[in-house]
Structures are given as structure tokens and as C-alpha cells.
Design a protein around this ligand. Sequence first.
Ligand SMILES: NC(=O)c1ccc[n+]([C@@H]2O[C@H](COP(=O)([O-])OP(=O)(O)OC[C@H]3O[C@@H](n4cnc5c(N)ncnc54)[C@H](O)[C@@H]3O)[C@@H](O)[C@H]2O)c1
Length: 323
Amino acid sequence: MILVTGGAGYIGSHYVLHERARGAELVILDNLSRGHEGAVIDAPLVVGDIGDRTALDDVFGRYSIDAVVHFAAFAYVGESVEQPGRYYRNNVAGTLTLLEAMRDHGVRRFVLSSTCATYGSPQYLPIDERHPQVPINPYGETKVMCERMLAAFERAHGIKHVVLRYFNAAGADPEGRVGESHDPEPHLIPIVLQAAMGTREAVGILGTDYDTADGTCIRDYIHVVDLVAAHSLALDRLRADAPSAVFNLGTETGSSVREVIGACERVTGRTIRTVESPRRPGDPARLVASAARARNELGWQPKFTRLDDILATAWQWEQKKRY
Ligand SMILES: NC(=O)c1ccc[n+]([C@@H]2O[C@H](COP(=O)([O-])OP(=O)(O)OC[C@H]3O[C@@H](n4cnc5c(N)ncnc54)[C@H](O)[C@@H]3O)[C@@H](O)[C@H]2O)c1
């Protein structure tokens, strides 16, 4: 059985549906700080905190868990700059408590949600897994620390792991069962779609003088369904006793903020109002993945390669959101 931390959140809820469709048994641990009870479909939910050792002992004692897929974290760059303590406590201390509980309960397989924010400002593009990790904000720092802890826990306690460094997750379950819902919403695509819906007045473009063709930041948007499929492949790899590994997950294609807005106008058929403002500190101009290693070693292949197709699923969700 798989313990899915953060399974009531955006990406975790999609992962649960993907694994259930493969017939896997899972239990979710989520404190619902950022997730939704309505996002939990077809798996038991334990409402609890990864930093609560008693709650962890209870879950590991009650269920026969052989692997942990760890989504639970705070994940907003701006918030991490303003409230670093919350981030180190939740992401680093929380993950440490979880790893110690795994050690003591004999659970030896771990999949970590990491991020391209661990690379910092790119020294070259596309970014591969060998790129130096020099994060430029506390959020990225916390994920590097989690990665380092994993290496130490493998050496000392034999916990095997796969680290998945996502670029920008986007889109929603094509069947409309789950999707992205954060309040406040920090991610560009839902913000743009809310402006298309009329529930938000305009979209702020933060910086129009970057060294890119249209002056706005470029990111690599990967469909959440493709992202979660890689976790299942990662778990299969761990169960086949392959060595621990690190993989980037992205489409290897960059889209600028203006391109995302233009694509949203195409997909929704609506005009989106924008407001230009100065750059936000800490936003690199371009982040684009090399995902060759995931393709070659995991056999992973993203199915959603066109931004418009990714946006169409997000738009469908935004119009019929259940939570
Ligand atoms: N969304 C992205 O584009 C993106 C990119 C790179 C990495 N990630 C990583 O992927 C993971 C999931 O991200 P998401 O976008 O689904 O975020 P999310 O906020 O939607 O989901 C996180 C879930 O974890 C839960 N949680 C947080 N702290 C917890 C704790 N201490 N104990 C128990 N539950 C806790 C929240 O309630 C929430 O349901 C995170 O680790 C994030 O850092 C996300």
C-alpha cells in the first residue's frame, strides 16, 4: 500500500486517481491546510500532519505501507521569502519527521516532489539534472535540503528514493473530477482563466523587459496527468530494486507569459485584460527542462505536448470546479 502525503492537494489528488486506475491501494495523509476534502476520491483520507510523529506512527501501524509518495509541502516562492520559518518547518522538519518514521517502521521506498526552483537562475538551457543546484529562494532551499536528507537516509538506513523535479504543473483531470484550486491562487494559468471567466478583473504581467522575444518570462508547462504518470513509473522502478535516481519532468518547450495569455484567449474565446507591472525579484527569464533522462530511464513520455490542449483541460475545470 502507498502512503500519499498531500493527496488532497492539486498534484496529489491527480496521482491518487492515476494509481487507483492501475488498481493500487493507497492511503492519504493530508492536514487540509491547502488541500480539499472534495479532492479525495476513491481512497481513505487521514487528516493529519507529516510533522506529527504520533499521527505518523498511527498511520504506519494501521496500514501495511511499503512506499511513500510525498507531495505534502508549502510551495509558493513569494510566501517562502516572506515567511521562511513556515517553509523550513513544514517542508524540511516535516519531511525529516516523515523519514524518521519510515526508518522506524521499516518502509524503504520514497518518491519526492522536488522542483526546478532547486536550480536557481539557469547557467545553461535546457536544464538537465546535472545543472548546479543554487536556489534563490527559501522554497527552493527547502527542497534541496529534502533531497540531501534522502541521500543521507539512503546511506544510513537503506531508504531508496526517486526525486522528481517538476517544472510548472498545469491542467486538470480530463474527466473533470479534480483540478487546481488554491486561495489565493499564485499560479499563472488559473489566474488567466479566472480573468477569462470574469471572476478576476485582469492578469498582472510582472515584467515586460526580460531578455526573451516578447519581454515576458518563459516557463515549461507540464500537464498534471503526465506528471503523476511519472510517479507511478518511479515507484515501479523502486519496486524493481533499481538504484535511487533524480529526474526532471517538463515538456522541454518554453511558453512566455504573453504566449500563455494568447493561448488562453484562443481556448476560451474570450478577451483577457492585462496590467503590466515591474519585475518581481527572483524570477529567472527562462526555465526549460531537459527531460531526456526521464524518457530514457523511466520510459516516460508526456502525452500533452501542446499548450492549448493543456489549457483546454484547465479551462474545463475552471468552469465547473467542484471545490
Ligand atoms: N504546482 C507546481 O507547479 C509544482 C512544481 C514543482 C514542485 N511542486 C511540488 O509538488 C507538491 C504538490 O504541489 P501542489 O501544487 O499539489 O500543492 P498543493 O498545495 O495543492 O498540495 C499540497 C498538499 O499538501 C498538504 N500539506 C501541506 N503541508 C502539510 C503537512 N505538514 N502535513 C500534511 N499535509 C500537508 C496540503 O494541505 C495540500 O493538500 C509540493 O511538494 C510542491 O512543492 C509543485
